[in-house]
Design a protein around this ligand. Sequence first.
Ligand code: SF4
Length: 219
Amino acid sequence: MIRSVKSYIGLERESGVEEFFSTEPAARCATNAADAVSVDSELGRLKREVSECHACKLAKTRLNVVFGAGNPRAGLMFVGEAPGSEEDKQGLPFVGRAGQLLTKIIEAMDLRREDVYIANLLKCRPPENRPPLPEEIQACRENVRRQIAIIKPKVICTLGKFASQMLLKTETTIGELRGNLYEYEGIKVMPTYHPAYLLRNPHDKKLVWKDMKKIKKLL
Ligand code: SF4
C-alpha cells in the first residue's frame, strides 16, 4: 500500500501537483491511491498489447498505433473515429487541424486536454483517411471497450457517426443522435459532430456547443 501511495504521489508530481491536502482518513486516501495506480497499470498493459496488434490490415500501413492520451481517471472521455496523417506520424490522437478545434472546444468547457481522455475507435490510420471499414471496426472494438472499462469515465462524448453508431449499436444518423443522451455500460453518452466535420461546416459549431453545455452539467 505504501508503494502504491508513493507511486501515486510520483504521478501527481509529474502532472504538476506540489501539495496534498486531505480531510479523508488515511486508509481511504491509501485505497484511492492504490485504485489510481491500478488504473495506470491496467491502461499501460492494454497500451502495450494494442501497440503490437495486427488484427486487421491497417497494421501493415500504419506508422504508429494511436492508443489514446490524457487523464486515465478523467470524468470525460472523447471517442473519435480514427487517426489521420498527423496523428499517425506522432502517435497521438487529435493533433491535426481537427484536434486543434477539439482543444478549443475542451478549453471552452473550462477544461484542459490533460483533464480529459481522448481516444479513437480505430487505433491505426486508414489509408488516405478513408472511412473505417466494418471489419476494421469489428477488429478494434474490443480495444476501445477495454479502454473505456478501465477509465470508467462519467460521460463519453462520441465524435461523429462511426464512434456513436458503434458504441450505441445503432444505424441512426449522427444528425439524429447528436444532442441526446444515451447510455453505454452504465456510462452516459453524448454523441456530437466530429471536429473534422465542423471544419467543413462551421455553422454547426453552435450545435456542438449546446451538446458540450449538457456534458458540463453532467460533470
Ligand atoms: S486498427 Fe485496431 S484492430 Fe486494426 S491493427 Fe490497429 S489496433 Fe489492431
